[in-house]
Design a binder for this molecule. Structure first.
Ligand code: FAD
Ligand code: EPU
Length: 349
């Protein structure tokens, strides 16, 4: 465990943005995290105390797949590598599994599938780490993490103690939790416990899954088959960050009232929207952006992807600012055309 100075973050974010962190360190345990935060005990020797301390802004990093760096980070970046998967409780219906925040998300999904534990198969292939999964209540193909989430442990950066959060404490919403709002930048999530089903409850409600399963010739539904179908759909729609820098959907799908939806549909009969439990409509932001002509747009190395216009991409050497500026232009044009204000999903630093 060591604090490094002026480290490039290019390999630590899936947009591949080349910015520097004033300080950078990785930790494998809560004890190491605590030690990093208590500058007097730091194993690095030659840093002036005021620099090594936690007075500097601190950024917790997982896989860097939901972050856009727009400038150098003038503070301490702490990369969470806490590992480990263990069963903490089990009954006839469920298994409760506690997972270290630094475990790779898709690796955990595969682990569940191999053990025949159901509930996260629809969330296959989402990049990033377990610790970030509750941050924005990750979701895909009809399932959100809140559906299998049981509890988490988080370390309070200032009070330097571990706090337990139940599902209710997290106040999960669509791409939302308390960690994005009232507790923003206050906690490091160190482990997450999921409650997985021993008897699977299959969710094939998202249209494309059914079609893909049919294409695959699946006769008997299984969590393996659903995972494979999701992987196939994702691979055909979303750019692989190893090849083209991106952070998945750049914006959230906006919610509007039924009255607004009806008015919009009068002017734009092909607009895509899905009715929600409370009667509101969730608009497909990708459709709005495509309608405004952005799909496939490229300026320099910053672009709007040609398969999925909700995904902004870095074709090589775009700066975070260029991508941010493009997102602002897209946001303004959607606002002018439809009167709908998009909200960024990606964390802007
Ligand atoms: P990071 O990008 O490292 O961090 C994200 C935020 O969480 C930052 O604010 C960071 O400070 C904070 N953070 C991270 N770890 C911790 C921690 N342990 N404690 C406290 N704060 C922390 N998301 C979806 O929901 N659904 C999708 O279908 C989806 N598809 C994607 C497809 C692609 C190709 C890509 C690149 C991204 C996609 N995403 C999707 C977004 C992303 O994968 C998720 O948001 C993921 O959970 C981010 O994990 P991470 O470890 O990379 O987080
Ligand atoms: N669409 C277009 N043009 C486009 C893209 C989409 O018209 O360029 C329309 C189509 O009608 C399509 C609909 O939008 O049927 C929905 O598209 P898609 O199924 O690709 O899903 P999405 O709404 O664009 C959301 C999530 C994804 C998640 C998928 C699958 C958000 C912000 N995004 O995308 O999550 O994987 O559904 O559930 O909710 C992420 O959060 O990073 C992410 C990738």
């Amino acid at each position: 465990m060591k604090i490094q100075e002026n480290i490039s973050l290019k390999q630590y974010n899936t947009f591949g943005i080349d910015v520097a962190a004033k300080q950078f360190a990785e930790f494998n345990t809560v004890a190491e995290l605590r030690e990093l935060l208590e500058f007097k005990k730091l194993p690095t020797t030659n840093l002036p105390v005021r620099q090594a301390g936690y007075q500097l802004p601190t950024l917790i990093l997982g896989g860097g797949s939901n972050i856009l760096f727009t400038k150098n980070f003038d503070g301490l970046v702490l990369k969470n590598n806490i590992a480990g998967i263990k069963i903490i409780q089990e009954d006839a219906h469920y298994v409760y599994v506690q997972v270290g925040a630094g475990e790779n998300w898709h690796g955990f999904v595969q682990y569940c599938i191999n053990n025949n534990w159901a509930g996260v198969e629809n969330l296959s292939l989402i990049p990033g780490n377990v610790g970030a999964s509750p941050m924005q209540n990750i979701g895909a193909y009809g399932v959100e993490i809140k559906d299998t989430f049981y509890s988490l442990e988080a370390f309070h950066l200032k009070e330097k103690k571990t706090i337990h959060f139940s599902r209710n404490d997290c106040e999960f919403g669509y791409r939302d939790s308390v960690f994005k709002r009232k507790f923003k930048d206050e906690f490091v999530i160190t482990s997450v416990t999921y409650r997985l089903n021993k008897v699977p409850v299959f969710n094939t409600s998202y249209g494309a899954i059914g079609q893909e399963l049919e294409k695959m010739g699946v006769k008997e539904l299984s969590i393996q088959a659903i995972s494979e179908a999701v992987i196939n759909i994702r691979s055909s729609k979303l750019p692989d960050p190893k090849k083209t820098g991106n952070a998945g959907s750049f914006f959230k799908n906006p919610h509007v009232t039924v009255e607004t939806f009806r008015k919009l549909r009068e002017n734009f009969p092909k607009i895509v929207g899905y009715v929600q439990e409370n009667g509101d409509y969730k608009l497909a932001a990708g459709w709005l952006i495509e309608y405004c002509g952005w799909k496939g747009f490229r300026r320099g190395d910053a672009g709007c992807h040609s398969w999925q216009s909700l995904v902004l991409v870095n074709y090589g050497n775009a700066s975070g600012k260029e991508i941010f500026d493009l997102s602002e232009e897209i946001l303004q044009s959607v606002k002018e055309k439809f009167g709908v204000v998009l909200e960024r999903e990606v964390n802007i630093i």
